[in-house]
Design a protein around this ligand. Structure first.
Ligand code: SAM
Length: 244
C-alpha cells in the first residue's frame, strides 16, 4: 500500500519508522512518503495560510499551495484522499478496514482553522475524498490524527500483525466483535499481589474460555459503551448473551 502525507510538520511522522509500521515499511508492505507542504509555497516566507473570509480569529490554509502540492503528488493517479478534521465522519474500525483495502491513500494535514474548503470540493471532482474525525475533541493539527489512522490501517494489512487472528478478536472487529469491546486479558503469574487470574482461563477448556470471553466483552461494552451495546444486532446474540 502506498501512503502519501502532506503536512507543514513532516517531522511529526518519525514514529512511522518504529514498531509494526516501521517493520512493514522495511518489508515493503507499506510505502510511506511524507511531503513538506511549504515546498509548494512561492514567497520568501513559504506562506501557507491567510486570514479567513468573513472574519474571525485564526488563519485558513491557502487553496493554491494545496492545489499545487496535491497535483504534484497525485499526478495522473487516483489515490483515495483523506482529510482529517473534527467536522468529518467518525474514524471507526470499519472505516480502517475499508481503507486498508485501498492500494493508495493521500492524507492532507490541516493546521490553523483548517484547509480552504474549495480544496476538498476541487478534488472531489476526480478523487474519492473523505473528511474524517478521530474523535469529538479538537487537536492543533491533522498530523496526530493521521498517525492514529495510519497505525489502525497499517496493522490490518496482510502480514503486519504477527498473528492475523489478533485483529479478528479485537474490539470492534467486524464479525463476532462488531459493536463490542474486548474483555480483560491476563498473563503469568496466576496470582499477582493477591489478584487471581479467573480460574476458567487456566482450565484449558476452549469452549468455556470462549464463552467467558464473550460474556466479559458484553459486560464491558454495556458498562463502558452503552451506546454501542444498544447497536448490538439481536440476530448475533444467543440466549446466554441476552441474559447479560
Ligand atoms: N476550526 C476547526 C473546527 O473547529 O472544526 C478546528 C481546526 S484544528 C485547530 C486544526 C486541524 O487539526 C484541523 O484542520 C484538522 O486537520 C486537525 N484536527 C483537529 N481535531 C481533529 C480531530 N478530532 N480529528 C481529525 N483531525 C483533527
Amino acid at each position: 500500500m502506498r501512503l502519501d502525507i502532506i503536512s507543514i510538520f513532516p517531522e511529526y511522522f518519525a514514529p512511522l519508522d518504529v514498531s509494526l509500521i516501521g517493520k512493514a515499511r522495511e518489508r515493503g508492505t507499506l510505502d510511506v512518503r511524507v511531503h513538506q507542504l511549504r515546498d509548494w509555497a512561492h514567497d520568501v516566507h513559504k506562506t501557507v495560510d491567510d486570514t479567513p473570509y468573513g472574519g474571525g480569529p485564526g488563519m485558513v490554509m491557502k487553496p493554491e499551495v494545496w492545489g499545487e502540492a496535491i497535483d504534484t503528488v497525485v499526478g495522473d493517479g487516483s489515490p483515495r484522499m483523506i482529510v482529517p478534521t473534527p467536522s468529518g465522519r467518525p474514524f471507526t474500525q470499519e472505516l480502517a478496514q475499508e481503507l486498508a483495502d485501498e492500494p493508495w491513500l493521500l492524507f492532507a494535514c490541516g493546521r490553523y482553522e483548517g484547509i480552504d474548503s474549495r480544496v476538498m470540493d476541487e478534488y472531489a471532482t476526480r478523487l474519492r475524498v473523505d473528511e474524517v474525525s478521530i474523535g469529538d475533541y479538537v487537536l492543533a493539527g491533522g498530523e496526530v490524527a493521521v498517525l492514529v489512522m495510519v497505525e489502525a490501517i497499517g496493522r490490518l494489512l496482510p502480514g503486519v500483525l504477527g498473528n492475523a487472528q489478533s485483529a479478528v478478536d479485537d474490539s470492534f472487529a467486524p464479525g463476532s466483535m462488531q459493536n463490542l469491546v474486548e474483555g480483560p486479558v491476563y498473563t503469568k503469574p496466576p496470582v499477582w499481589r493477591g489478584h487471581e487470574v479467573p480460574p476458567v482461563l487456566l482450565s484449558g477448556h476452549h469452549g468455556n474460555v470462549a464463552r467467558w470471553r464473550r460474556d466479559q466483552a458484553i459486560r464491558r461494552t454495556v458498562r463502558n459503551r452503552p451506546e454501542l451495546a444498544r447497536e448490538l444486532d439481536p440476530g448475533t446474540l444467543d440466549k446466554h448473551d441476552r441474559k447479560l
